[in-house]
Design a protein around this ligand. Sequence first.
Ligand code: SF4
Length: 324
Amino acid sequence: MKRLISTWEDKGMEGIGIDPEDAIQVLSMPDEWIFHLFGATWRITRKWKQGQIRLCSIVNAKSGLCTEDCSFCSQSRRSKAEIDVYPMLEPDEIYRRALKAKGAGAKEFSVVTSGKGLKGKNEFNKVKKAVEMIKETGLQSCVSIGIVDYESLSILKSAGLGKFHHNLETSRSYFPNVCTTHDYDEDIRVVKDAKRAGLSVCCGGIFGIGESPEHRVELAFELKGLDVDSIPINFLNPIKGTPLEEKNHLTPIECLKIIAMMRLTNPTKDIIICGGREVNLRDMQSLIFPAGANGLMLGNYLTTKGRPPEEDIKMINDLSLRWN
Ligand code: SF4
């Protein structure tokens, strides 16, 4: 095991990354080797990210009533979860939330809307205006607005948009178990268009939704093939009223192995830990950094609460990592 981890480290330090067979071994390795693995993933992350932690925050700018049927999501048409439902927020309100996120320590701020895509010119114009206003705050702006065309992406880029977020959620082969209302290829197309429009692309998925280790590895290599800039990792927080409400949490060590596998397959990319980290990692949240993460989502998620941002800042400071 020691020799194997050392070869994985070499591939990470070179920026090449491990093979799918190695990635499966990372996920199935004996737990007692995990701190040895962290030595390798920590050094790889330091080499490519220099101890700098990226902090982003989001606003749920349009909540609920989605036409899609994603099994994990409290906003989907299959969900009976009790969540706030509201139409698109006004740009002024989004700006106010961005300022609040900046005050809490975030460096990036994303406008997230429910639905397969935006509805009509009015919603698009509000997002565009919000992007212009976020730019004024000095934060990097990001949007997660579902499936959009290349022209809209180019317009948003001209308005000052820095980053486009769009998750694949899971592997191509597991996706039909998660969502039946749109095709995986539609998600791939928008990710490629965002790159073509010159935007930085943030694209990842959610784990703990019933997928196998092979599906996890398949997603990691799909993202590698797309050459996305940033990989957000979410862990399922089973919400009452959703089809996955009965699912158990992942164990903290499973989560950490997923992060390590993602770092070892995509050594030079940003790996950002987002929704579900509190409930799945519990007391082990600080270990996401030795495991290979170099970023966090601060504050609340779409329909669930995160922990207070000052606790995350304290955790990062205590590890002598930099965030500002
Ligand atoms: S993940 Fe997005 S597209 Fe899927 S149901 Fe939720 S809001 Fe709709």
